[in-house]
Design a protein around this ligand. Structure first.
Ligand code: HEM
Length: 462
């Protein structure tokens, strides 16, 4: 493990001799925050390359520590997880959208809410969702024609939104998917831009951006309230077994129900987390396949061989190892959650350094999962690497598209089943060719998105 130091103030290593050059070569200290602001994906990789596995820097007066080694990341996510909370940074970017939902709540409240939602994500329950996932994927592909041009990123957002709303909340939102996609894009850009500005204009000022943010939030909020009130009107106990039924049926020990605000926050969190990340994973899959015809051909061969003309079902997944390898590889190179952050709440030691309360710890799937120390030829899209037992050889903390420890993604099994069903169903019928001249640029918003979508031409197979 190499250790770098990106500050002239060596107090982070009070227990160690400072063996780091005070003025790091290449990137001036003051330029570090600028580099991250200008090009977050390139900047964070450059810092990791230049300064090593544990790097301290400041953004304004805030202390940030970037970890670039699996052992250190595993310390934060798993071994010493109780000494960290979700970061203030994460809360600031997401709180207006998600309130105090599962993604950002803490302590006993988080534990209770997680326990409550967990049954909706048990393997047997997830398999029950498969038929709906398939039905929605088949309906979508049924509307496509040979030679048509489509923005595949938009298609995947509306597909995953419909799946999440039907399976988790037993509702439909006909015609609203596109609006949700656009609202999310605006809100993510808006929240991140605000964080990156040195002076923040108060949200209450009637600037055009603030006004639009309010409108978009109201739009998404109104959909969530509509889902809840339709269920209330229909009677929650009316045979529903989905996530919404679990949340609405939840009682505190003293018998009082979750407040409408809490119910709203949880529903909103699962509404957004339940479709946005999977949509990005699927979009990147079609892009990666279009750029790697050999992988695409091998995937088609496997899907055709195993499924023939019949639709996919959950039991097929273990018969489709190459499809699984393709999904692992997409999540490695294009992780929808590309960066994670924690705030130190209890002093602790990581990699021999003392972490002080309030410091923000950052680590990135984008950096770690492209690190040549752990992945041969890391920039290449090579699903075969996963068929050679890589998962078992990797140290914990080297590959973590779904996070790790107690806060690991609750929807992992749901997302992987959904992605497999959608990929197999669509790939059986169509090949996706990138529109000529299209420039696909990853945009690091709250999730990793293709900046201008992915314009593609659909080619019917057979
Ligand atoms: C490819 C798809 C997905 C990816 C890459 C992904 C990634 C992640 C990651 C990295 C975390 C951990 C965040 C942290 O610890 O700071 C997380 C948490 C979470 N995810 Fe996912 N996710 C995906 C799909 C889903 C789906 C489908 C759902 C719901 C249906 C979901 C709901 C959540 C929730 C509620 C949390 C917070 C869990 C907690 O803190 O207890 N995710 N996800």
């Amino acid at each position: 493990m190499t250790v770098g130091y990106a500050t002239t103030q060596p107090n982070i290593a009070a227990n160690r001799k400072n063996r780091f050059p005070p003025g790091p070569k290449g990137l001036p200290i003051a330029g570090m925050a600028m580099a991250l602001r200008r090009d977050p994906l390139g900047g964070i990789r450059e810092i990791a390359r230049e300064y090593g596995d544990i790097v301290r820097f400041h953004v304004m007066t805030q202390e940030r520590i970037l970890l670039n080694h699996p052992d250190l990341i595993n310390q934060v996510l798993v071994v010493q997880h109780s000494k960290f909370h979700k970061s203030e940074l994460t809360r600031r970017v997401t709180a207006r959208m998600l309130g105090n939902g599962l993604l950002i709540s803490e302590g006993d409240f988080w534990r209770r809410q997680r326990r409550l939602a967990q049954p909706a994500f048990h393997r047997s329950r997830i398999n029950d969702y498969a038929a709906t996932m398939l039905e929605i994927a088949e309906a979508r592909v049924g509307g496509w024609r040979d030679g048509e041009a489509r923005n595949v990123a938009q298609e995947m957002t509306s597909l995953t939104l419909n799946i999440a709303v039907r399976t988790l909340f037993g509702a439909t939102l006909p015609g609203e998917a596109e609006g949700v996609g656009q609202a999310m894009t605006f809100l993510m850009r808006y929240s991140l831009r605000r964080q990156r500005l040195p002076f923040r204009i108060p949200e209450t000022w009637p600037t055009p951006n603030n006004l639009r943010a309010n409108r978009e939030l109201e739009f998404i909020g109104s959909l969530v309230y509509r889902i809840i009130s339709e269920r209330q009107a229909a009677g929650n106990s009316n045979g529903h077994k989905d996530l919404l039924a679990l949340l609405m049926g939840a009682m505190d020990e003293d018998g009082s129900q979750m407040t409408l605000q809490q119910l709203h926050d949880e529903t909103m969190t699962l509404f957004l987390a339940g479709h946005e990340t999977t949509a990005q994973m699927l979009s990147w899959t079609w892009y990666a396949l279009s750029q790697n015809p050999r992988v695409e051909a091998r995937l088609h061969e496997e899907i055709d061989g195993v499924l023939g003309a019949r639709p996919i079902e959950p039991a097929d997944l273990q018969r489709l190892p190459y499809l699984q390898a393709v999904m692992n590889e997409v999540l490695r190179l294009f992780p929808p959650a590309y960066i994670m952050a924690r705030e130190v709440v209890e002093p602790c030691e990581i990699g021999g350094y003392t972490m002080r309360p309030n410091a923000t710890i950052i680590f990135s799937q984008w950096v770690m999962q492209r690190d040549p120390r752990f992945f041969d030829d890391p920039e290449a899209f090579r699903p075969e690497r996963w068929q050679e037992g890589l998962m078992d050889r990797l140290p914990a903390g080297a590959y973590f598209p779904f996070g790790g420890g107690p806060r690991r993604c609750i929807g992992e099994g749901f997302a992987l089943l959904e992605a497999a069903i959608v990929i197999a169903t669509l790939a059986k019928r169509f090949r996706f060719q990138l529109a000529s001249g299209a420039q696909i640029v990853p945009e690091p918003l709250v999730t990793l998105r293709p900046r201008h979508g992915i314009p593609m031409t659909l080619h019917a197979r057979n």
